[in-house]
Design a protein. Structure first.
Length: 123
């Protein structure tokens, strides 16, 4: 079961998302590739990607990883991988929906500056 709002996954038997107070759905609707996604993190360092993903996962921010073909072996976010045919300079771009971009940028700022990520808050 998934929350259509924050897209968090819940186990069977739970009917509403405690965070958003909306009814859970069995399957998330497919994501429109033209949806309002904004890049919040760009890196040429592939080893940073799993860290970025875990930070966004902890914050329950849905994200899309866009990168070169060589990166397609990496684990991807809930939305799956968008493989760019034209990516040259940067190894990967992380995109989130517009409404969460500010939050994501805030969380990822220490990573972009080469520091360790903030501890995710419980709950
Ligand atoms: Zn929710």
């Amino acid at each position: 079961m998934y929350c259509p709002d924050c897209r968090a996954e819940y186990r069977e038997g739970i009917e509403t998302c405690p965070d958003c107070e909306v009814r859970l759905v069995v399957e998330l609707p497919p994501v429109d590739p033209d949806a309002d996604l904004v890049p919040v993190f760009e890196t040429a360092d592939v080893s940073l990607l799993p860290v970025v993903e875990s930070v966004l996962d902890s914050a329950r921010i849905p994200y899309l990883v866009q990168g070169e073909e060589a990166l397609s072996v990496l684990p991807v976010g809930r939305w799956g991988a968008g493989i760019s045919q034209s990516g040259r300079g940067l190894a990967a771009t992380i995109r989130v929906e517009k409404g969460r971009a500010e939050e994501a940028e805030e969380l990822l700022r220490p990573l972009a500056e080469g520091e360790s990520p903030p501890e995710p808050e419980e709950g």
